[in-house]
Design a protein around this ligand. Structure first.
Ligand SMILES: [Zn+2]
Length: 377
């Protein structure tokens, strides 16, 4: 079987699992149909791209999402699409962008994203559904200077009551230096914002070691490590957001079976599977799980456990995270109880057959009723 194909049954099973998505970029999660409509041209989504090609495509997407109503629309559609894939908790991330020619400031950009997410929640409520829980992370773009990074952090802190849960560092890994954004990241930490950093997408041992020393709540990717960094990561126990298709198509890993998911999962390191940019790479969280299942020979129980464990890495206040974990554990327990009841009923039926068989054997042995014994089981 090709590393990139999964059976329909496995994909259906993964779709049925309630899932937690912790690493999804708003603009990278844009619907292809929406992008073609907004761009008015054919932009090639899906398929292999080099990292520079990915960032060119991101720039093309960003050119299409420069006005408030479009930003609101792609945020609403992203929430709808993840929920349709049975994602029950979603952390969406985006860099607040400035398009002064369209009256878009960092603040109004994030307002538009939050309006899109609120629109999604309102549509769910209108039909009596809870919908997916969605939180927003604001990303510092690696092209930004220290002041711009700090402005993003202050904005995130102000919008925490409206669903902003943390700060991400992302963008072209060839751009900028960690030292530029460290003051902003420290400020975020002091304000109670959780932190995740895109790390080791390319081999940059000095920066990766410094990121591990900084000890954010989560790290993204961690593809390019040497033995020393692997040991440092193992000791840190920092949960890693892993994106199989993204890493493969952008060339951070060369073969899916060689993806570092296998070693981290085997070692019991906390990991979660994520999509990164499901629009750009033509994937879904269900497909990422199914790929992991097929490539790394994971049982259905192991796949379900991956989904439940991810709830523990969510950027939620401790009580809300505990509630999410409890809800997922209860759902898993109910499923396990249903499976156990089905197994017990099958065992009971088998045991019943066995006792009847034993009785008939006894009757045969005591020649009590040949007629009864001749009644077949
Ligand atoms: Zn990413």
């Amino acid at each position: 079987m090709s590393a990139h194909t999964v059976s329909a049954a496995l994909l259906a099973f993964c779709r049925s699992l309630p899932k937690i998505e912790l690493h999804a970029h708003l603009n990278g999660s844009v619907r292809e149909s929406t992008l073609q409509e907004l761009a008015g041209e054919q932009l090639k989504l899906g398929g292999a791209k080099t990292l520079p090609e990915c960032f060119k495509l991101f720039d093309a997407i960003h050119r299409c999402t420069t006005i408030h109503e479009r930003i609101q629309r792609i945020a609403r559609e992203a929430a709808e699409d993840f929920a349709a894939d049975n994602v029950v908790y979603l952390e969406l991330r985006t860099s607040p962008k400035v398009h002064l020619e369209h009256g878009v400031t960092k603040r109004s950009y994030v307002d538009a994203v939050l309006a899109g997410l609120a629109e999604y929640q309102a549509a769910c409520s209108a039909v009596g559904q809870t919908g997916a829980t969605v939180r927003l992370l604001l990303s510092i773009d690696r092209r930004e200077d220290a002041a711009a990074a700090l402005a993003t952090v202050e904005l995130a802190a102000e919008l925490m009551p409206r669903g902003v849960a943390g700060i991400d560092l992302s963008g072209n890994p060839a751009a900028g230096e960690l030292a530029t954004w460290l003051p902003a990241l420290r400020r975020a930490r002091s304000l109670g914002l959780a932190l995740t950093l895109h790390a080791a997408e390319v081999f940059n041992p000095g920066e990766t070691a410094a990121m591990l020393d900084f000890a954010p709540e989560r790290l993204g990717h961690m593809c390019c490590l040497d033995a020393r960094l692997e040991a440092q990561l193992a000791a840190s126990r920092i949960p890693i957001e892993l994106c199989l298709t993204s890493n493969l198509l952008s060339g951070s890993v060369t073969r899916l079976p060689d993806h570092h998911f296998a070693a981290l999962h085997r070692a019991g390191h906390p990991v979660c599977l994520c999509t990164d940019d499901c629009g750009i790479y033509g994937t879904s969280l269900s497909r990422e799980l199914a790929l992991a299942g097929a490539c790394f020979d994971l049982s259905p129980a192991a796949l379900a456990r991956l989904c439940r464990d991810a709830a523990g890495y969510a950027f939620l206040p401790a009580d809300e995270r505990a509630a999410l974990q409890a809800r997922e554990a209860a759902r898993a327990a109910a499923e396990a109880a249903a499976a156990a009841a089905a197994a017990a009923s099958a065992a009971e039926a088998a045991a019943g057959c066995q006792s009847l068989a034993a009785l008939l054997a006894w009757l045969r042995g005591h020649r009590i009723s040949q007629r009864l014994v001749s009644v077949s089981v």
